[in-house]
Design a protein around this ligand. Structure first.
Ligand code: SF4
Length: 378
């Protein structure tokens, strides 16, 4: 469905400078990337690689791993080689870990230059990043603000987070390094949003947005959607991480759903389904639950409506690629490209929809390949 003529749907993204994290562009007109973080021991390369691959399958554009010790940065080399997405190495204070991570092939270092000590150390880390084509992320967090700022501002507040971020940024700028993005996270939605709004005004660096320590899958998803939704809707944010006490791949799925809801990214099947009620002509909830699972492997963007009865079914079907509406006596209606196509009996609903989606995905891919071939031939 074209959105270009619907002004109420348009999000004007803040103009940010563009950086490169491995093969992923962040900022400018690059798609908003989705990232997550592993929770395995990084030194356990096998477990970490498996987790990164699961996150990749869910759609992660990049993945962060903690590097608290030398064993971790040693494992990083193997991890980077075995996965397909850029790896961000999370460093806190040890400048040596940062240098090792850059040497091991990390595409980005999450490090706050003001926390790693002397100017010489900062210079060494920046040099390592430059030598190895590594970007950086300055990650300010309300829970670990500098003491001096806390004393001056009295408590973590948006201004303190922004000042901390800009102070770290200045250190990198003084070393002629601008390949970085910034985050100013807080677990409080109001604080995080206000801090990002302030930072968005104060600089043009790409912003990594997130609500930190948001909670478990359900509460954290709601909280993150409110905070990140508010920012994304106003055009702020170049890369996102949803922080959940849940497996990394769940964070990625939630991140993508957020971007899909706002029309900022398209990936996989978007199922539009009704909540169901006494009028439903088949078990909508069970069908959607199984269907979403069976369609998780589809990456081609498309919409599918699964609606319990004719009250809303035909209307939703006109706006989706594949539509399914419950009908009386167990005879349901299938729509293709908004038009009634054929009828279907109860028992095979999920299998039938899965095969229609897979066929449609193949068609879309073939059309894209033909378009690309035609463009290449010109
Ligand atoms: S579309 Fe039909 S089944 Fe679904 S909630 Fe509405 S009235 Fe109920």
């Amino acid at each position: 469905m074209s959105t270009s003529h619907r002004a109420y749907r348009q999000i004007l993204r803040r103009t940010s400078r563009q950086i490169r994290v491995g093969n992923v562009l962040v900022g400018g007109d690059a798609p908003i990337s989705v990232q997550t973080m592993t929770n395995t021991l990084t030194a356990d390369a096998k477990a970490t690689i498996e987790q990164v691959l699961r996150a990749e399958e869910a759609g992660a554009d990049m993945v962060r791993v903690s590097c608290p010790d030398e064993e971790s940065t040693a494992a990083l080399k193997e991890i980077v080689k075995a996965v397909h997405v850029p790896i961000v190495a999370d460093i806190h204070f040890h400048y040596k870990r940062a240098i090792e991570a850059a040497e091991a092939g990390a595409a980005c270092l999450r490090i706050n230059p003001g926390n790693i000590g002397s100017a010489d150390r900062v210079r060494e880390v920046v040099q390592a990043a430059k030598d190895h084509g590594c970007a950086m992320r300055i990650g300010v967090n309300a829970g670990s603000l500098e003491r001096e700022l806390l004393e001056r501002y009295g408590e973590p507040c948006p201004e303190a987070l922004v000042e901390s971020a800009l102070t770290h940024a200045k250190i990198l700028e003084d070393h002629d390094f601008r390949e970085f993005k910034i985050s100013v996270k807080a677990s409080d939605v109001f604080l995080a949003v206000a801090a990002y709004q302030g930072l968005a005004e104060a600089c043009d660096y790409p912003l990594h947005i997130g609500i930190t320590e948001a909670g478990g899958l359900r509460a954290g998803t709601v909280k993150s959607s409110i905070g990140l939704g508010m920012l994304l809707w106003s055009g702020i944010g170049d890369t996102i991480r949803v922080s959940l006490s849940a497996p990394p791949e769940e964070e990625v799925k939630v991140g993508f759903e957020m971007l899909k809801s706002l029309g900022l990214r398209r990936r996989g099947v978007t199922v539009i389904s009704c909540p169901s009620c006494a009028r439903q002509q088949f078990d909508v909830i069970k069908t959607v639950e199984v269907l979403e699972e069976r369609l998780a492997h589809i990456t081609t963007p498309m919409t599918v409506s699964v609606i319990g009865c004719v009250v809303n079914g035909p209307g939703e079907a006109t706006m989706t690629d594949i539509g399914f509406t419950g009908g009386g006596k167990g005879v349901h209606q299938v729509f293709l490209a908004g038009q009634p196509a054929h009828r279907l009996k109860d028992e095979s609903i999920v299998d039938h929809l899965v095969s229609l989606v897979e066929k449609k995905a193949e068609e879309i891919k073939a059309a894209q390949a033909a378009e690309e071939a035609a463009a290449a031939a010109e």
